[in-house]
Design a protein around this ligand. Structure first.
Ligand SMILES: [Fe+2]
Length: 425
């Protein structure tokens, strides 16, 4: 319950700088209002823990059951995702009352259960922690998009990094072979990280840091967004249909590129990792640079080879730094940098089940498996990911055209084939 309180309190801390009006807006279909996130993670505990275990259970509000179900078909009908922003009631304050009610009932339930029942419930409650942490990250990504629509250029929190230039990029050689991929040990992982299995890798190289804004400006200056030969066919169609000419939150004011961040709107800082690019853009950049994106197995194995999970050189900038934006890689160490945090890193791997994958039984089995189509895997966490939430086997996933997630680029070379020949940077 100490862990429960810590996770639940943190969600409210993230929402605290936001007014009830901020918390109500849905700026596009993929974005959910802040108050919806706060209510939905509460609904998760109410649905998957209280409903099946609380004596004489009845939902806090009948209609909340319908409003705050995200995508669980087995639990019943749900409100249309794209219209969450037109629901003005319950307001942000009433969502807080809902949260408090479920927290009290969760404490009462845990106090009343015998150890055997509690042991059976532990994995679902723990899933609820990790689910809420995922939504803490989404809450920040979503409010970033909401605030980006506002001409007043509001600041959420944090201070911007000092202006810096990209440092040298180094390459780390990784021996290939038959390697183990996937979740190992007894620590928590999602079902999509299982089972651990073998993968054969040719020898390959990983860039020691993420691609920077400065390098992205060079890609743009060299016609990166105007040269179809660099792009996947679907990506080029998106460039034309949506008029892409820069990363999502960049805006050109009198010839100078600015970037909307949660710290405010500032001139693009060349030394910071480029962020809010789609898989299509990441792939086109790699083609331009004469490199490629790593596969998810290359990323996982490479990071494991680079040192233990908490090795100082691997740890970039996760949400515990409260920067709310990626930071520069720092001086080259001859080792892999920014593996954890800063930007989720696009891989060239489609999000597919591992050999022998089985979703969990029941409604909770809808958590990951049913999204294994038309999405690409991202690895490593970002500046909005709660510290301790991410791990080397963690598989995030988004459609290849998605840009509002805090996603960036790490290049790879050697081993697997490059997608297309490019003109070297
Ligand atoms: Fe959810």
């Amino acid at each position: 319950m100490a862990r429960y309180d810590q996770v639940r309190t943190h969600t409210e801390l993230l929402a605290a700088p936001l007014s009830p009006e901020d918390q109500t807006v849905q700026s596009m279909a993929d974005v959910s209002p802040t108050k919806w996130h706060r209510a939905h993670v509460t609904w998760f505990f109410e649905t998957f823990v209280l409903a099946e275990n609380e004596r004489g259970f009845s939902p806090f509000q009948d209609k909340y059951w319908f409003l705050f179900n995200s995508y669980y078909e087995a639990v019943g009908p749900r409100y249309n995702r794209a219209e969450r922003g037109v629901v003005s009631r319950p307001g942000a304050h009433d969502v807080g009352i809902y949260r408090g009610n479920v927290d009290t009932r969760m404490r009462d339930l845990v106090d009343s259960l015998d150890q055997g029942t509690l042991d059976k419930l532990t994995s679902t409650i723990e899933l609820g922690f990790h689910h809420e942490q995922q939504h803490q990250e989404l809450l920040l990504m979503d409010i970033k998009h909401v605030l980006s629509m506002n001409p007043l250029q509001p600041v959420y929190a944090g201070t911007p990094s000092a202006v810096s230039e990209p440092d040298q990029i180094d390459w780390l050689d990784v021996e290939g072979g038959l390697v183990e991929i996937g979740c190992r040990g007894d620590a928590f992982c999602f079902d999509n990280e299982l089972p651990e299995h073998q993968v054969y890798l040719e020898p390959y190289r990983l860039a020691d840091r993420l691609v920077t804004n400065g390098e992205w400006l060079a890609f743009m200056a060299d016609g990166g967004y105007r040269r179809p030969e660099l792009w996947l066919s679907d990506g080029w169609a998106k460039v034309k249909a949506e008029g892409w000419d820069a990363p999502l939150y960049w805006l050109n004011l009198d010839g100078v590129w600015f970037e909307h961040t949660l710290n405010g709107t500032w001139p693009v800082n060349p030394g910071l990792p480029v962020s809010h690019v789609s898989h299509y853009e990441a792939d086109a950049y790699a083609a331009w640079a004469g490199k490629r994106l790593p596969t998810e197995a290359e990323w996982e194995h490479g990071v494991r080879q680079a040192g233990p999970r908490d090795a100082q050189h691997l740890v970039g900038n996760l949400a515990d730094t409260q920067s709310f934006h990626p930071r520069a890689a720092g001086p080259s160490t001859g080792k892999l940098r920014q593996a954890w945090g800063d930007c989720w890193e696009w891989t060239s791997s489609a999000y597919l089940p591992y050999p022998g994958f089985h979703p969990a039984a029941g409604a909770i089995g809808e958590y990951n498996g049913k999204f294994m189509s038309n999405q690409m895997v991202l690895r490593g966490g970002c500046a909005l990911t709660p510290a301790g939430h991410v791990r080397d086997s963690y598989r995030n996933f988004f459609p290849p055209s998605a840009r509002w997630a805090l996603s960036g680029v790490r290049l790879a070379d050697g081993g697997a084939p490059a997608t297309r020949g490019g003109t070297a940077a």
